[in-house]
Design a protein. Structure first.
Length: 295
């Protein structure tokens, strides 16, 4: 049995199809104006879910990069400080060697002793180096100056660790105990040694017999600085990897979400032609009225 098609059915179908066509054109226009494939998650749940994943990855990556930057700042300042400490100890060693010159007068040795005292103060300032208001050689006790009253009083050797990748933590501080509180065979750290050197020179006596103890402290400092250099290199590699990962994830997110402008324009033009054809067909479907014949 054939279904009777009425004029109202034809009109309703035509209007529904025209509305659908206009909806498709609106979608393409929205893509062109926003540059995005979807305007809301319901447009394409798969694209929306992937976009959330990529954004989450970028947020994590950005935090890791901030941590790596902070770690780099700490380690670079530590390296600079250790470089300055090396210069101080090298100058002390030069004075020790010079003090062995038998032709030197007592006042020259006394002057060397005064310079040693100043060098000790300089080394103390280096031991109290800070970054962002925190002492870098104080372990986790970063708010308390490790060098006070003429000696390195800090006893905190704990590491400060930052996460620079998923479950990957790196220590960003240098153990001040191994640099400024390293004991020699007589139980003296570098500050006590400088006190002893200055005291001996102030009496007008040479102090070149302390060269071995000074070399012990210098060798220790050089070894610690070499270990620090390896950590600096690692952080630089981490930084480079994080930057590459950011570019890769951003590219994936762009591929996932960004509209292909050329393709969208082509689709919009095609849909406009379809819409015009539908309008033309619809104009012929609408049944003429009596008024049309009376014109």
């Amino acid at each position: 049995m054939a279904i009777r098609v009425t004029q109202n059915m034809l009109n309703n179908n035509m209007m529904r199809n025209l509305n659908n066509s206009m909806g498709i054109m609106d979608k393409y226009q929205e893509q062109l104006s926003s540059g995005r494939k979807i305007a809301k998650p319901s447009d394409d749940p798969v694209v929306a879910a992937r976009g959330m994943l990529y954004r989450s990855s970028l947020m994590e990556n950005n935090q890791y990069q901030r941590n790596a930057t902070e770690a780099q700042s700490w380690l670079e300042l530590s390296d600079d400080s250790m470089d300055q400490a090396t210069d101080v100890l090298q100058r002390v060693r030069e004075l020790l060697v010079q003090s062995g010159d038998a032709s030197l007068a007592d006042d020259s040795l006394i002057a060397m002793g005064e310079e040693i005292k100043q060098l000790k103060n300089q080394l103390g300032s280096i031991a109290n180096a800070t970054v962002g208001g925190r002492y870098i050689f104080a372990g986790t006790d970063t708010l308390t100056a490790p060098y006070q009253g003429g000696d390195f009083v800090n006893q905190n050797s704990s590491e400060i660790r930052l996460e620079v990748s998923k479950q990957v933590y790196v220590p960003i501080n240098v153990n001040g105990q191994t640099i400024f509180n390293k004991k020699d065979a007589d139980g003296d750290n570098v500050f006590k040694l400088l006190d002893a050197v200055a005291s001996k020179l102030s009496t007008g006596a040479p102090a070149n017999d302390m060269l071995e103890k000074m070399d012990f402290q210098m060798d220790n400092l050089m070894a610690e600085r070499a270990a620090l250099g390896a950590r600096v290199n690692r952080i630089e590699l981490v930084h480079a990897r994080l930057a590459t990962e950011e570019v890769n994830v951003s590219g994936l997110m762009s591929t996932n979400e960004d509209a292909d402008v050329a393709e969208v324009i082509t689709n919009l033009k095609t849909q406009e032609n379809v819409h015009r054809a539908a309008l033309g067909a619809g104009s012929r479907i609408i049944q003429p009225t009596l008024l049309d014949f009376l014109r």
